[in-house]
Design a binder for this molecule. Structure first.
Ligand code: GTP
Ligand code: SPV
Ligand code: MN
Length: 596
């Protein structure tokens, strides 16, 4: 198994606290995976889908209270409150551990504690990092097997080395003879998704869903890794990674930071509507970017799977995702058809006359209820994606030419603008705003909030220090080696609340301009907010869009931007003296340019 004494000690200490009936070390094999899935089907925790329609696929239904990340129950427990900053929930680490130890005491009674050794990044690569998750949820085990590289091979590579300890419990001990529910979890006020950044440790309690429970993902690869990245001079970001090839065969790599449910999975594998261009995916959610010997930033995708939003995914919007999820995929909170297939809102065809909805109830089209939850998800192996780039597991990573940032802004922010330079690009990242989506449990869905670099819920330290870290990246290399930064907004709406931009495959038209700009081409005009494409610089061949809509997409309203400036100044106040001086200069300079 392992001779890593630190690991053995930790597992036995945690088992003493959680008191599982059994401890099981996962080897990651196919046989083991099937055994767990079959057991869950037998116990009624999972439904095997019709193998003729969806081979190797399973459906899970979560508790209706446990459907997304819980930001108000997510904690960054640094030793000093100041280090967590104004945007994270903070509890003193000693106090928090005391509280959680009481909850963990005996929490795995009647259950098995699974030990999951996992690697974020290809096993054995110098860029990868190892974690070990302890969990009492077999659902977590089968999902982690898709999302990360896991099992025996990881232990072999770990040897006596360092790992990030990740403790997870659903928080639902079983008394002798007690009947289990299909998705056991703890009530909301008992859920804790806790991070101890100095110790590089994660303790999660009470939820079995997504980022709350698959601890390699947001907890490790973003919150803990962002702290490691700050200390070591690199970037751990909530970004997709794609490869774009022009009709002549020239290739470039682009990353994109958009908040949850704002289009990363879709953009990373889109099929261009402009002839001759090609997009291939490297990652759809997380990028670790480090400097290469040539002074450029190289990105790796630390994950091995996609945990994607199901609703809205169709053969029209994202055919490559539809192919990827055709087999060996775990579906959570989608609707079930009578012939053992899945259905969701926006799948591209009408619902049949009868479904079983995400809560297990009969459903018919005139019920007026959603059949799938808006944050219903698929967990699917990245290797199954028909357009996965051949170098997606290259341990060196891929050199990045452009960084996109964006979010859901129904007005004010144009389709695309380019930063004047790195510092201005960081300023653009710092003012990013987006409507809150169903990817986290919130009463404010639809309200615009500032979400710097889409990291608001995922930064493991003070957001002001994080923005300074981004600014400092510039000093580590020559400016011509740095990626260019572009702000995109696919989500502008007209006065009738209709999307102004078709989005999806047509986003390739915007990527083409980005590609050109990073090659010293592409026509642009200087505006107060940055460089913007001239009206004819965006390829609209074959696109059915009116001249006035295009103008709306590619222009700015100074009055709206002056209001935006006021709102940014207000937002910046929360950083206090941690607001980087450079950003203070940038907001004053923007205001001045708007008045000129
Ligand atoms: P997370 O996994 O939560 O980080 O989300 P994500 O950023 O990967 O978002 P995803 O690609 O899953 O898209 C979320 C939702 O936005 C889906 O319902 C999509 O259909 C929709 N969407 C994606 N791209 C576009 C676009 O270009 N235009 C419009 N209007 N909607 C889009
Ligand atoms: C997100 O919310 O950004 C996700 C889904 O990618 S989760 O893994 O639940 O965080
Ligand atoms: Mn995400």
């Amino acid at each position: 198994m392992t001779t890593n004494q630190k690991l053995l000690n930790w597992v036995s200490e945690m088992a003493d606290m959680c008191e599982p009936d059994k401890i099981y070390w996962c080897n990651g094999s196919e046989e083991e995976n099937h055994r767990f899935l079959n057991e869950m089907v037998e116990k009624g925790l999972a439904i095997e889908l019709n193998p003729e329609k969806k081979p190797g696929c399973y459906l899970f239904r979560s508790d209706p209270s446990d459907v997304a990340r819980v930001e108000n129950r997510t904690f960054v427990a640094s030793k000093n409150e100041e280090d967590a900053g104004p945007t994270n929930n903070w509890i003193d680490p000693i106090e928090l551990k005391d509280k959680m130890k009481k909850l963990y005491k005996g929490c795995m009674k009647g259950r098995t504690m699974y030990v999951i050794p996992f690697s974020m990044g290809p096993i054995g690569s110098p860029a990868s990092k190892i974690g070990v998750e302890l969990t009492d949820s077999p659902y977590v085990v089968v999902n982690m097997r898709i999302m990360a590289r896991m099992g025996k091979e990881v232990l072999d590579v770990l040897g006596d080395g360092e790992f990030v300890p990740c403790l997870h419990s659903i928080g639902a001990p079983l008394a002798d003879g007690e009947k289990d529910s299909t998705w056991p979890c703890a009530p909301i006020e008992e859920k804790y998704i806790s991070h101890f950044p100095e110790e590089r440790t994660i303790w999660s309690y009470g939820s079995g869903y997504g980022g709350n429970a698959l601890l390699g993902k947001k907890c490790f690869a973003l919150r803990i890794a962002s702290v490691q990245a700050r200390d070591e001079g690199w970037l751990a970001e909530h970004m997709l990674i794609l490869r774009i090839t022009d009709p002549k065969g020239n290739k470039k790599y682009i990353t994109g930071a958009f908040p949850s449910a704002c289009g990363k999975t879709n953009l990373s594998m889109l099929i261009p509507t402009i002839p001759g261009w090609k997009i291939e995916a490297i990652g759809d959610d997380i990028a670790w970017m480090k400097f290469g010997e040539d002074g450029r930033l190289y990105a790796i995708n630390p994950e091995a799977g996609f945990f994607g939003v199901a609703p809205g995914t169709s053969l029209k919007s994202n055919p490559n995702a539809m192919t990827t999820i055709g087999k060996n995929t775990i579906y959570t909170n989608v609707a079930l058809t009578d012939d053992g297939d899945v259905w969701w809102e926006g799948i591209g065809y009408d619902a049949p006359n009868h479904l079983v909805d995400w809560q297990g109830n009969d459903w018919t089209p005139n019920d007026g209820r959603l059949a799938s939850h808006p944050n219903a998800r698929f967990t699917t192996p990245a290797a199954q994606c028909p357009v996965i780039a051949p170098e997606w597991e290259d341990p060196k990573g891929v050199p990045i030419s452009a960084i996109l940032i964006g979010g859901r802004r129904p007005h004010t922010v144009p389709l695309i603008h380019e930063s004047f330079d790195w510092a201005h690009g960081v300023f653009m990242g710092s003012i990013m705003g987006s409507e809150i989506t169903a990817a986290s449990i919130s009463n404010d869905i639809g309200k615009v909030r500032r979400d710097p670099f889409a990291m608001l819920p995922f930064c493991g330290y003070h957001m002001g220090d994080y923005l300074q870290h981004w600014l400092d990246i510039e000093k580590k290399t020559n400016s011509d080696k740095l990626p260019k930064i572009f702000y995109v907004n696919w989500f502008l709406k007209d006065e009738n609340n209709k999307w102004l931009w078709p989005g999806y495959g047509d986003n390739s038209r915007v990527l083409k301009w980005v590609f050109e700009r990073t090659s010293g081409e592409g026509d642009a005009v200087k505006t107060p907010i940055g460089y913007m494409p001239t009206l004819d610089a965006i390829d609209t061949d074959g696109l059915n869009i009116s001249e006035s809509d295009l103008k709306h997409l590619l222009s700015i309203d100074k009055d709206k931007w002056l209001k935006e400036v006021e709102s940014i100044k207000e937002d910046y106040k929360k950083y206090g003296d941690k607001l980087p001086k450079e950003l203070e200069k940038q907001i004053i300079a923007l205001e001045k340019r708007l008045h000129d």
